[in-house]
Design a binder for this molecule. Structure first.
Ligand SMILES: [Zn+2]
Length: 264
């Protein structure tokens, strides 16, 4: 809590002293009604001046200039953008051409990256050795596409990242007791994860519960990220109505939280 605004940070990232970051909650903003109160997405009926004020408030708390934020237009795909200086402010101070993108990465200090959530899994990456970061939107589709593993591969190619030097934060999302899916989605997980089928629990006829936190964690460990480098927040967005917006709980009529991170 700071200045009446509630937000989450990852202890290991905080301890590194290398980044300004947070995952937002719904507490401490100026939006009204279903967006009460810290909606951070401008892709809603919430007036854009409220959204910008909310971003200014939350960025102020973590020491980031909100006018420099770089937005991704997310589509539940697996494309990860390498963000450069020229992208500064795209989506807030400049028109955005970063379309069809679900992850942002950079090794340039002072470029704040932002991605949006209302049940999907936020992934935070920090390569402490090579000083590079990524924020990645991994909903169930992104998880099936293994966007988390793809992030590690791309960080390796672009920044020379070694998985063992990488810290990862798995933020609040719809939790393992709440993410109910049908046969078709369960089949996609089974196909993607093979013998990791224990992330899927049968739950009545043709229904399953999927553990997105464990799925992302196992995927990253499979890439070589040590278990001790991975932090799972354990907050379910659907269960904690006072803290989070939830697309499923609110039947689509809701605001968005965001994952924000910049290299110092
Ligand atoms: Zn829940």
């Amino acid at each position: 809590m700071k200045d009446g605004l509630a937000y989450l940070t990852i202890p290991a990232f905080q301890d590194s002293g290398m980044v300004n970051h947070c995952f937002t909650t719904r507490i401490g903003g100026v939006s009204q009604g279903i967006y009460n109160s810290l909606n951070t997405s401008d892709d809603k009926e919430d007036p854009v001046e409220n959204v910008h004020r909310n971003l200014e408030l939350v960025c102020g708390v973590i020491g980031v200039d909100y006018r420099n934020l770089v937005f991704a237009v997310q589509t539940h795909g697996d494309y990860i953008r390498i963000v450069e200086k020229a992208d500064l402010g795209k989506g807030i101070s400049m028109p955005n051409d970063i379309n069809n993108t679900d992850g942002l990465m950079t090794n340039i200090p002072g470029i704040p990256l932002i991605t949006f959530y209302a049940d999907c899994v936020p992934l935070f990456f920090l390569d402490k050795k090579n000083k590079a970061i990524a924020v990645v939107h991994s909903g169930w589709k992104g998880t099936v596409l293994e966007i988390g593993a793809k992030t590690i591969r791309q960080m390796k190619d672009v920044y020379g990242t070694k998985p063992e030097d990488c810290l990862v934060g798995i933020g609040p999302s719809i939790g393992p007791e709440c993410f109910e899916v049908g046969q078709e989605v369960a089949d996609q997980f089974a196909e993607s994860f093979g013998d990791w089928s224990y992330i899927i629990k049968p739950f009545g006829k043709g229904k399953y519960l999927v553990d997105l936190w464990e799925a992302n964690k196992l995927m990253l460990m499979d890439m070589g990220v040590p278990e001790s480098n991975i932090t799972i927040s354990g907050f379910c967005t659907k269960c904690n109505e006072d803290l989070f917006f939830s697309y499923r709980r609110d039947k689509g009529r809701t605001g968005s939280m965001s994952a924000i991170m910049e290299l110092r």
